[in-house]
Design a protein around this ligand. Sequence first.
Ligand SMILES: Cc1ncc(COP(=O)(O)O)c(C=O)c1O
Length: 473
Amino acid sequence: MLIDRLREYGQTDYYPFHMPGHKRQIKMGITSFPNPFSVDITEIEGFDNLHHAEGILRASMDYAASVYGSDRSWYLVNGSTGGILSAICAAVNPGEKILMARNSHKAAYNAVAVHRLAPVYVYPDVIKELGIQGGVRPEAVKAVLEREKNIKCIYITSPTYEGIVSDVREIAQLAHRHGILLIVDEAHGAHFPFGESFPESALDCGADIVIQSLHKTLPSLTQTAIMHLKSSLISPEQVERYLTVFQSSSPSYVFLSSIDACVRYMAGRGKEDVKRYEERLSRFYNRIERLENLKYLDDRICGKYGVYGRDPSKLVFFPPAFLKADSGPELASVLREKYHLEAEMACCSYALFMTSLMDTEEGFERLLQALYEIDAQTVQAAGAAQDGSKEIPVPSAAVKIPADAWCREGEKVLLSHAAGRISGTFVVVYPPGIPLLVPGERIDSQMTEQIEKNRQLGITVEGIDGDSIRVLL
Ligand SMILES: Cc1ncc(COP(=O)(O)O)c(C=O)c1O
């Protein structure tokens, strides 16, 4: 049974440098959480209705709004995904244009698909020497706004999975000068308002709608998230209309009480725990300065590549060719097998470790000692680092509305024969969940190579069926 496997795993010494942010600590930062079955109810008298909250849930969400400084906040029980779908569909009518960063999570593309939107992309800078996306430059957003007429809203992700923050304040001002709203996917930044060493939250920078996954970086159960509105450009009723479409009509009270407890804890006693966590992080960064071969992301990246700020809670390591040329998955695998440390994700060139205020001193120490050992072996195994420019292929759109390509007749062809064809599907590397290909985009040989490379490294690539991909006739 699944539960037996989970219980067994929970009793091992594998340490989670991944979500959820509660790090499997039963305390959840509050008081001990009861057996979930004993508090799992439905919308009975006195317990309100999330789709039409007027009682205990409304009071709890209004309290959350006061903590975050929003006009309204809503609890989300199917992750940021439900919030992103609702926000985009509420802000942009079918057939209209949305200016979105091409490095958006698949949830945003699903909104584009179900609402038949016409995306106009802005491309974040690429940090070529590291093979990751930088920030979205306000100048790039401005250029698109000046070029394209009738854009209804701007959508960006800040921070990215790797913790890269864009200049949200400037982008919000641009949006407002054009009379349109800015939606920010801050799924990875729910902790931002609660610590001094974290970047400023998008809501405080003037974004109109901000979506945060509590479960990613704070002590709350998986699937729990929150959406904030602070805007005169869209009504709460319009947003709520879509929340009732994209959220379950039987929301889990276990999830809802986890959100309520998390927000209250963060607004209260959690503040002290955040301070201790920030000190731990700061000590960790000081001590990794001793690493000689493993590169890592730090604040030196700020001010370049459109990077306005960086979230220190994300520990991102770029191994040189210590076993293979692209050794992110290799690093994650050695840490798992030999040291029982589980990374959040590994891409071609890096491995990412997620931390939260629930991480222990011991957890940080184990990671540090493992990295020191690997760093020393890297010299013996590979000698010189194999650096170089890592391009990220940028496909061009042949069909303006992805939904049109998604619904159009297609055929399956071998990936190796797909160059030159137009994609009839999303191809998504997971994690991080950003589409390499969107329906309607032209496939080239650089793209097929990139997809193959990810597959060979054992990274999950959604949208490829066996060795085939759906293309348009
Ligand atoms: C940038 C980003 N946005 C949105 C999401 C979706 O969040 P959730 O899993 O809470 O639905 C993710 C998930 O990994 C993400 O990385």
